[in-house]
Design a binder for this molecule. Structure first.
Ligand code: CTP
Length: 404
């Protein structure tokens, strides 16, 4: 019983492949999982709630509340209960709504509330599957960290043949087992991550900032949490949200605030990854009132901000790992090595603004990781989420090397 005690929320949408969900539930239960089923209204046309309730041994959830007695079906509770949310079959319609946060049924509100891993097994006709809109939605769902179980190729219900058939229940269950059996690399580790820009106020309405969006730091925080770490994410202003419950988020605005929280928490951490684009300078004094126009010659006097990474480098013990970033436009390697030494880093993640698709705002990054002995690995251009996995793997290796 490879899924003993696991809570699996199964979402069924309106596809002919819904009949396979019956076999899926049986197989999951055979492996020891507890299964709850949420269906869309259309899914009920393809497979009856009675069949699914009998097989899953739990009442089927479709509506936000029970029309008979008004009892509320809490999507938040379902999201908290689940160790995995498996949506199989997933139609193009449901995936489109999931990708865009259109929360018009319980299946989707549960998705938006779920803190657990989400696996999606699409099922549709080949042309629908290949449509740019659908492929784009799949890419969006992947960028949220959802796992897509690629559909198989073969004969489809329409009579056509091609890619779109929901993967067989046996294969889906194997993938579920695989997900739960992956050994997490960072259990019992607490890791500090800085992310985003900092804003240095000039007056009550203006600031000095930069174009950082925080995407790289947030992706790292998620990947660390996926590997079992507790994460303290100190972030500058950003619209991004965190997905994983093990991320404790501290929002700051200025470099000074980021400095204080980072120094305060570093003591209790096993590592820190400094992904923030900290403003190097701040106005010497914030004007209490809005600065008025009309001056011919206006200057703002700046003073340097404290270097957070360098400070943590001074505080670092033999039992801690410190990782920095270097965003360079020229002499990349030389500058990165210099930063490893001045900040006492274990390794540095180098981005060059010369590389296409790398840097602020992009969803992709091209990184080189250089360690303190100047050994380096060049990675290809990939999604920030995949680049974060490379960084997290490097961190796990550093722990092993340092025997932490
Ligand atoms: N960093 C920091 N605090 C600062 C400045 C930078 O913690 N006040 C960290 C960044 O988060 C990054 C690393 O130091 O991990 C290098 O940042 P970068 O901006 O590339 O370099 P700087 O040290 O600011 O040097 P320069 O801007 O002159 O290249």
């Amino acid at each position: 019983m490879k899924l003993k005690g696991k809570h699996i929320l199964l979402g069924i949408t309106g596809s002919i492949a819904a009949y396979k969900a019956a076999i899926l539930v049986r197989l999951l239960i055979k492996e020891g999982a507890e299964v709850k089923v949420v269906m869309t209204t259309l899914a009920k046309e393809f497979i009856t709630p009675l069949t699914m309730a009998t097989l899953s041994k739990n009442p089927i959830l479709v509506d936000f509340f029970d029309p008979e007695n008004g009892q509320w079906n809490s999507h938040v509770d379902l999201g908290m209960w689940a160790d995995l949310y498996l949506i199989a079959p997933a139609t193009a319609n449901t995936m489109g709504k999931m990708a865009n946060g259109v929360a018009d049924n319980l299946l989707i509100t549960s998705y938006l509330s779920a803190k657990c891993p989400v696996m999606i097994a699409p099922a549709m006709d080949l042309d629908m599957y290949q449509h740019k809109a659908n492929l784009k939605n799949i890419e969006i769902l992947k960028s949220y960290g959802n796992i897509i179980i690629e559909p198989a190729s073969g004969e489809l219900a329409s009579g056509l043949s091609g890619k779109g058939r929901m993967e067989e229940p046996e294969v889906i269950v194997e993938k579920v087992i695989e997900l739960f059996s992956v050994k997490k690399k960072l259990v019992n580790k607490t890791i500090l991550v800085t992310a985003g820009p900092t804003y240095e106020p000039i007056d009550p309405v203006r600031f000095i900032g930069n174009f950082s969006t925080g995407k790289m730091g947030f992706a790292i925080a998620e990947k660390l949490a996926d590997q079992g770490a507790s994460v303290i994410l100190v972030t500058g202003p950003t619209h991004l949200t965190t997905q994983n419950n093990s991320i404790k988020r501290i929002d700051v605005q200025t470099a000074d605030e980021m400095f204080s929280y980072s120094v305060k928490h570093f003591k209790s951490c096993d590592a820190a990854i400094m992904a923030a684009a900290v403003a190097d300078f701040k106005p010497i004094k914030k004007s209490a009132e809005k600065i008025k126009r009309g001056k011919d010659d206006f200057q703002i006097n700046l003073v340097p901000n404290k270097d957070i990474a360098a400070e943590l480098g001074k505080l670092k013990t033999k039992k801690q790992v410190l990782v920095g970033f270097a965003l360079e436009t020229n002499d990349e390697f030389k500058n990165a090595i210099k930063k490893i030494n001045t900040k006492n880093l274990d390794f540095i993640v180098l981005n060059s603004l010369k590389d296409k698709g790398a840097g602020f705002g992009y969803d992709t990054n091209k990184i080189t990781i250089i360690d303190s002995s100047e050994k380096h690995v060049n990675f290809n251009l990939k999604s920030k989420s995949d680049a974060a996995t490379d960084i997290v793997n490097m961190l796990a290796d550093s722990f092993l090397k340092k025997k932490i």
